[in-house]
Ligand binder design. Structure first.
Ligand code: DP6
Length: 322
């Protein structure tokens, strides 16, 4: 009873921040993302009567305490569905360095969900698999389907899932990730989601997300970069406004983060196809049109405080290794 699955990380164009239901990870608002081809987690799950307890390693390091409990609780859901009480061994590797400032919970829980379901012989639809992945990490719901993906808010567990709006080869966008800090963040996203409602700006952000999402879907479908750029930066800025006005306030930006934001805006004013978006950290994701990639990479590397630049193109759905 063993299976191996892989899933790409993703970057949100319209952000998930705050939950209506923290236990089920039902989000406060819908979101839209692009899978990051090349940046993936590969996970093997083995259920066995020989194991007295669940155990897990990530890049060779054994998980303990809260992180092991999170994996174990996630496996419980699949065990309940399958009517199986066996404990599991989870072996997981990221092909990007841990602490490189690239979100790994999305790819990790998408790969874990697919591997666990397959190992137990569960035949879940993509929608069911996405909803299952969401229970482990909200953004993991979006790493299950192919390419450009919308995660519907939903009303309950079954209706809060992600689906593809366009395959990975629909649009050759490149995400150049300007790595500014690899330090572990003081407040991670799980804790951050719980603070969102303390910001007086969250209600306004949530109320206006559906219209930004609708416009962003149109921009992706019609490959309208100018429109996409305006929406992606606005949505990221609105999420960071909420973070910065929460109690306690969360300021993820460092001085080089702001330097990159200014540089990206100046380049776009010159006609270079690039825009920025930032998650719960200091690194900046710069979305580029193909013809802009080399220019933007050189410009980013010239900014003081940018340690390195990683590139990813739109990636496909999560997959099983046979
Ligand atoms: C800022 O999915 O990492 O990256 O459900 O607690 O694991 P948990 O949160 P997570 O939150 C992602 C927040 C974000 C925005 C986004 O990816 O939409």
């Amino acid at each position: 009873m063993q299976a191996t699955a892989c899933a790409y990380s993703n970057i949100a164009f319209i952000k998930y921040w705050g939950n209506r239901d923290h236990a089920l990870r039902l989000p406060a608002n819908p979101s839209l993302s692009m899978n990051l081809g090349g940046l993936f987690t590969r996970t093997t799950v083995r259920f066995s009567a020989d194991l007295a307890a669940d155990c897990a390693t990530v890049d060779g390091q054994a998980l303990q305490g809260a992180s092991l409990a999170r994996v174990s609780a996630h496996l419980d859901y699949a065990r309940r569905l399958a009517g199986c009480a066996l404990r599991a061994e989870v072996i997981s590797h990221n092909n990007f360095p841990a602490g490189a400032g690239i979100a790994s919970s999305a790819s990790a829980f998408a790969a874990l969900s697919l591997a666990a379901a397959a190992a137990l012989g569960l035949e879940l639809s993509e929608r069911e698999l996405s909803a299952y992945a969401r229970l482990g990490s909200g953004s993991a719901a979006r790493s299950v389907p192919n390419g450009f993906v919308v995660w519907h808010t939903g009303e309950d567990h079954a209706s809060s899932y992600a689906e593809s709006i366009a395959p990975a080869d629909h649009w050759q966008l490149t995400d150049l990730i300007a790595i500014i800090s690899t330090a572990h963040k003081a407040i991670g996203s799980t804790e951050g989601h719980q603070l969102a409602e303390t910001s007086p700006l969250q209600a306004a952000r949530v109320a206006t997300t559906p219209s930004r999402l609708a416009e962003c879907i149109q921009a992706v479908l019609s490959r309208d970069f100018e429109r996409l750029a305006r929406l992606v930066e606005l949505d990221s800025d609105m999420m960071h406004a909420v973070m910065q006005t929460s109690t306690p306030p969360l300021l993820y930006w460092l001085p080089p983060t702001v330097a990159v934001m200014h540089r990206v805006r100046a380049l776009r004013a010159e006609g270079v196809g690039v825009c920025y978006t930032i998650d719960a950290g200091a690194n900046v994701h710069c979305l580029c049109l193909p013809e802009s990639v080399e220019r933007v990479r050189a410009e980013l590397l010239a900014i003081q405080g940018v340690q390195e630049v990683r590139a990813a193109q739109a990636g496909s759905a999560a997959w099983l290794e046979r």
